[in-house]
Design a protein around this ligand. Structure first.
Ligand SMILES: [Zn+2]
Ligand SMILES: [Zn+2]
Length: 335
């Protein structure tokens, strides 16, 4: 990569959801934002390590990791990033590569009124860890392996190579994980270096909270990445005049077919959940139009086994460039 390369994203993985979609070539959700001679990683879905290699991206050029929210389909290979770094990354740099994501939820979600007995949470002493604690615990789970390598092979510790941080939501936003998970707010800065300014805003993905979208602003242009969310005005504001919006999308025709003929409470609740927490293709197009974006690309595709041609059949007209990428596609966002 040289400085003449135009700024672009690489869609490392484009499938959404915690399932391994049968007959799908799409890997778990992950995106590289390539700027000048380095890159930033947004989300660490299943297969991200191998996909970075296939994209020709070296861990040496990684400048930051951004996690939209703590659902497992976005974090399952965060451990891979932590562990692979030992072999490629320079530990003489002094400060760790930032891993920036949601903080501790602060409270468990309410128990469903359908519960017939009290559900028992995992790790009741620390039931809602944020990004910083999650990364430390992931690395501690590999302590036997890591300590061999640190003591015997003199490899660097991933806890030195990386600096996991929780995003501090401005108090003025009035965020509360259960009572007000997506207050109307303006984007706020979460990271800055010589190449990019990264801002975040709260999006609507209940019961997950906080859930963020990110925008990368560079000298050549900008890209806004939705994370998981239903249509929200916070995202419209964040994506204003972006060179590229990468937005999640769900095929509600497929979801409806899963629950066809079922009108029991649990099926209805599952269906409701998808409508409250995800975005139709139609709404993604509406959002891109309202934001005045030049390009819209859909990712985090649910179901992950549908091909780009099948997605195009349910696509709505968009005045700008409209893409439904496969894994490892390159999409420019520079001017
Ligand atoms: Zn997801
Ligand atoms: Zn999610």
């Amino acid at each position: 990569m040289g400085t003449t390369t135009s700024h672009h994203v690489v869609t490392l993985g484009t499938a959404g959801g915690p399932r391994f979609w049968r007959n799908s070539s799409r890997k778990g959700i992950a995106t590289a934002v390539v700027v000048d001679d380095g890159f930033y990683l947004v989300d660490c879905g299943h297969g991200v390590g191998r996909q970075l290699e296939r994209a020709g991206l070296s861990m040496k050029d990684l400048r930051g990791v951004f996690i939209t929210h703590l659902h497992s389909d976005h974090t399952v290979d965060l451990n891979t990033i932590g562990l692979f770094g030992l072999y490629d990354m320079d530990n003489a740099r002094g400060e760790g590569i930032p891993i920036i994501g949601p903080g501790d939820r602060g409270a468990l979600p309410p128990v469903s009124p359908r519960a017939t007995q009290e559900p028992q949470p995992i790790a009741p002493h620390d039931p809602t860890p944020g990004t910083r604690t999650m990364f430390r615990k992931l690395m501690e789970a590999y302590a036997t392996d890591l300590n061999d390598r640190i003591l015997d092979a003199l490899r660097p510790s991933p806890l030195d190579l990386f600096d996991a941080q929780d995003i501090a939501i401005p108090d003025s936003a009035g965020f509360h994980p259960n009572d007000q998970p997506t207050p109307r707010m303006s984007p706020f800065e979460v990271f800055r270096d010589d190449h990019v300014i990264v801002t975040a805003t709260l999006v609507e993905h209940p019961p997950v909270a906080p859930a963020f979208a990110f925008r990368f602003e560079t000298a050549q242009g900008s890209v806004a990445i939705s994370g998981d969310t239903t249509y929200t005005p916070n995202m419209v504001e964040m994506a204003q005049d972006a060179g590229l919006i990468l937005h999640e999308a769900i095929d509600f025709g497929f979801i409806e077919s899963l629950y066809a003929g079922k009108d029991d409470d649990v099926s209805r609740a599952s269906l409701d959940h998808h409508y409250k927490s995800h975005t139709s293709v139609e709404d993604a197009v509406r959002l891109a139009r309202e934001a005045g974006a030049a390009r819209l690309a859909l990712h985090h595709l649910v179901p992950g086994f549908e091909t780009s041609e099948e997605w195009r059949k349910i696509a709505h007209h968009f005045e700008g460039e409209f893409l439904i990428p496969n894994d490892l596609d390159v999409i420019p966002f520079g001017g």
